[in-house]
Design a protein around this ligand. Structure first.
Ligand code: IFM
Length: 490
């Protein structure tokens, strides 16, 4: 799954982490029967990833930053090879796919080997300091305007999940783990490293540092930056960017999306406000994550603006690159913004949780996801949400699972609605009220000139070439009714 799909020559057809973090979640929940394919492809390239790890004097496997056939094709190592988080992204995709589908055959066979080899890399990269904290130094996180850092929060949290997932899965399939050469001491080392993983925190500001020392870097002078100088990477040397607190794309915010349970809601709010002021969105991968967190924190109109930016990235040629191919991660991010953002869907605890809430511009949102072979449909209105376990549920699973599933008629799915446990039975819709939204407080500002354009219902969010009344800036009155989004039907 290249970053441009098969839609253009951009990135030379290379596959990047976009596949596992942005595209695979969509396929896992909408088309589980094809989601294993890209993971099996990664598995098929393991020998090259092992070879790469040896070249880098590491252990296990080092998956490439960009590749076609498994070999590293990046020529720029600070924002390429050093982005070791791709290993943990692949591991997360394995764990997500296995939890969502129950495809045990995949997990025991290809999945465990991917988890083990990626975990071995973290064990070798990391080290303990005198106080017993485990550090991952000299890496580059998702934000490519900061490189070769120590303890990138996203990388550390995702590596921790990788290590824990490898331990749990190896214990579940001990024979297969033995075949892969896993010994008890190795499992202990992974568990201990995961528990001791350091997360840099700025106690004075009350926020997580994107990486160690991030908040003591010089602030970027946004006032002195000409609007024509974005994206910054085309106008400033990387070395200049690396010295500043300027964020190309969601990093701590992405960590809060994918490892949400590792943060309190107060930490999320403070982190979001801090990084929003410094995030310029010079990458199309950013807006959807910002939408998801803005929605979780109750900044629903801001979330809607980020969603629109992600959705319209290519239709409005926002980065003037659409001729090179579609921004597939941004398009996949639209699903995340809707389903994880306004649907509040998360899967971190091994059960589906939802916290639906719509922005004022939407009167209804309907989507469905596959979970363990069942199809859960959720219809969200302004005041209530209706869950339905569709009787046509089949999806993937029966053939792949170790034990046959219950017949659909006996099926039930346990989930959470705004924290409340709920049981769904086939064909029996369950309508639940939406709790009063918490006071989200003031909306955090974006850097000057970098706020997403506001969408008014019925109006385009950005000027459309050839249409004089192009966008919201020109709109004086909102005459059209609010929009309805029926989307993401599985
Ligand atoms: O993989 C991304 C990267 O994180 C930011 N620049 C674009 C790449 C391809 O989408």
């Amino acid at each position: 799954m290249p970053a441009k799909g098969l839609s253009g020559n951009g990135y030379d057809g290379h596959t990047m982490w976009d596949a596992e973090i942005f595209v695979l979640p969509v396929l896992t929940y909408l088309r589980p029967e094809i989601a294993a394919g890209p993971l099996r492809w990664r598995h098929a390239t393991l020998d090259q990833a092992r070879e790469r790890a040896r070249t880098l004097r590491l252990a296990g496997a080092a998956f490439p930053w960009r590749t076609i056939g498994g070999r590293e094709c990046s020529g720029y190592w600070p924002a390429g090879t050093a982005a070791l988080h791709v290993n943990a992204d692949i591991a997360a995709a394995v764990l997500r796919y296995a939890a969502a589908t129950g495809d045990i055959a995949f997990l025991r066979d290809a999945g465990l080997e991917l988890l083990v080899e990626t975990a071995r890399l973290w064990s070798r990269v990391g080290h303990y300091d005198d106080s017993g904290a485990f550090h991952l130094d000299g890496v580059t996180g998702p934000d490519e305007y900061t490189a070769l850092v120590n303890d990138d929060v996203f990388t550390n949290l995702m590596a921790r999940r990788n290590l824990r997932g490898a331990v749990a899965t190896a214990r579940r399939f001990p024979d297969r783990a033995r075949e892969l050469g896993v010994v008890e001491a190795e499992l202990t080392a992974w568990r201990e490293a995961a528990e001791a993983m350091h997360l840099p925190y700025d106690a004075r500001r009350g926020i997580h540092q994107q990486c160690a020392g991030f908040t003591r870097l010089r602030e970027w002078d946004f006032a002195a930056t000409d609007p024509g100088e974005y994206p910054l990477l085309l106008h400033y040397p990387y070395l200049e960017l690396y010295r500043h607190q300027v964020v190309k794309q969601a990093d701590v915010v992405l960590a809060m999306q994918h490892c949400g349970d590792d943060f309190t809601i107060e930490e999320k709010a403070r982190n979001f406000a801090y990084y929003e002021r410094r995030t310029v969105r010079d990458s199309s991968l950013s807006a959807s994550s910002q939408a998801v967190l803005a929605a979780e924190l109750g900044h629903l109109e801001l979330a809607y603006a980020f969603l629109a930016e992600s959705a319209l990235h290519d239709l409005h040629n926002l980065s003037d690159q659409t001729r090179d191919g579609l921004h597939v991660a941004a398009l996949a991010g639209v699903w995340s913004a809707l389903v994880m953002g306004f649907g509040g869907f998360r899967d971190e605890r091994g059960e589906p949780v939802f916290a639906p809430r719509l922005p004022p511009a939407l009167t209804r949102l309907r989507f469905s996801i596959f979970w363990q072979g069942h199809r859960i449909q959720l219809t969200i209105g302004p005041d209530e949400a209706t869950y339905l376990l569709r009787e046509d549920s089949t999806g993937l699973g029966d053939a792949a699972a170790e034990e046959p599933r219950h017949a659909t008629a006996q099926a039930r799915v346990e989930l959470r609605h705004h924290g409340k446990p709920v049981v769904l039975l086939p064909g029996q819709p369950l309508t639940l009220p939406l709790p009063e939204p918490p006071d989200a407080g003031p909306e955090p500002p974006s850097p000057p000139g970098r706020a997403p354009r506001r969408r008014r219902a019925g109006r385009p969010v950005t000027p459309v070439p050839g249409q004089p009344d192009g966008g919201d800036q020109a709109a004086t009155a909102d005459t059209a009714g609010p929009a309805t989004a029926d989307t993401a039907e599985g």
